[in-house]
Design a protein. Structure first.
Length: 338
């Protein structure tokens, strides 16, 4: 968490979005919308922007998109020099690395401007660019599931996991298709500034505040046993009682399904098991309580249904890699106390 703590500075964190001909407007827009919505929640400068998002290309000027309109890119690659995060969205234009084209000297020169220690991330098939530049060697990464076979053919030495929404390798992150870019951006905001800021951004943009990176990319639509059946009411019920034990049989009963049907439907709708989903929701609730309250870790553990501080610490370390005390110290200040 120390690396994330270093990102919390008085000035906004600069995000350079490196776009190419054929850029997908949705991917470019979501980066600006999400990072641009992040605001300081308290203290001096409350309400001020936490990120400075700039769009750049190998050459500034008019750039075609994969839609029927172009965009104007105001900056050249020089803005990468002082960026703290560089984001590479996908391109749908033939001749790009996604379609078997070479990296090209101009794009290679732009990526060479990334300073050591700068965070770099890709959305969708932008991973092809990072791979072609040698930035993904030795890492576990993801890209859009429909491009997985093409990626493996071009980069067989890179460990590709096409079944997740995003991967976080610390200073290098990758994500799946367009909507997974939302999850990646929120994940980065959460890493930098905590769950409360990320939740505020999600509320502003009316998107789910949290989907774990390991959740499945592609979930086939379930075939209902009866019209209108869903596990959503059971999930809403569980969220209202995270401080209490919630069993699989209770969830199934609340959804008026057998345990077997409920488990199958739940995985089809969410991409994970009921038990894993409950753990995710409890960790997220604990993050908010650690940031926004002074409740002792033991109390927080009970409030979110983990029962004991030892259980909370174990789940926190498993999901976030740090203890609850270190997490609180990072996003509330002070010394960690576990």
């Amino acid at each position: 968490m120390s690396s994330e703590a270093e990102l919390r500075r008085d000035r906004p964190h600069r995000v350079a979005v490196l776009v190419r001909p054929g850029v997908m407007p949705l991917e470019l827009g979501l980066v600006h919308q999400l990072f641009g919505s992040a605001r300081r929640q308290s203290g001096p400068g409350v309400g001020s922007p936490l990120y400075d998002v700039v769009t750049c290309a190998t050459e500034p000027g008019r750039l075609p998109t994969d839609a029927d309109f172009p965009i104007h890119v105001p900056h050249g690659p020089e803005v990468i020099d002082d960026a703290e995060t560089v984001l590479v969205p996908a391109s749908g234009e033939p001749g790009q690395p996604e379609t078997g084209g070479p990296l090209g000297p101009a794009l290679a020169a732009a990526l060479a401007r990334v300073r050591p220690g700068t965070r770099i991330a890709s959305i969708c098939t932008g991973a092809f660019v990072l791979a072609a530049a040698g930035l993904l060697d030795g890492r576990r990464i993801t890209t859009h599931w429909r491009s997985a076979d093409a990626f493996r053919l071009r980069f067989p030495h890179i460990a590709l996991d096409p079944d997740v929404l995003f991967t976080d390798g610390g200073d290098v992150l990758t994500s799946a298709g367009e909507a997974a870019g939302i999850d990646l951006c929120l994940h980065l905001i959460r890493r930098d500034h905590g769950a409360a800021v990320a939740a505020d951004v999600a509320r502003r943009t009316v998107v789910p505040p949290y989907r774990e990176g390991g959740q499945a990319q592609y979930v086939p639509q379930p075939v209902p046993d009866a019209a209108g059946t869903s596990t959503a009411p059971a999930r809403a019920w569980a969220l209202e009682r995270l401080d209490r034990p919630v069993s699989l049989s209770q969830l199934a009963e609340h959804a008026s399904m057998s345990v077997r049907t409920f488990t199958r439907r739940f995985r089809a709708e969410t991409g994970c098991s009921p038990g894993r989903w409950l753990t995710q929701q409890r960790v997220e609730r604990a993050r908010v309580l650690l940031e926004e309250t002074d409740r002792p870790v033991d109390t927080v553990a009970g409030d979110v249904g983990f029962g004991t501080s030892a259980s909370l610490r174990a789940h926190f370390r498993d999901v976030l890699g740090v203890s609850p005390g270190v997490y609180r110290a990072t996003f509330r200040g002070g010394m960690p106390h576990d």
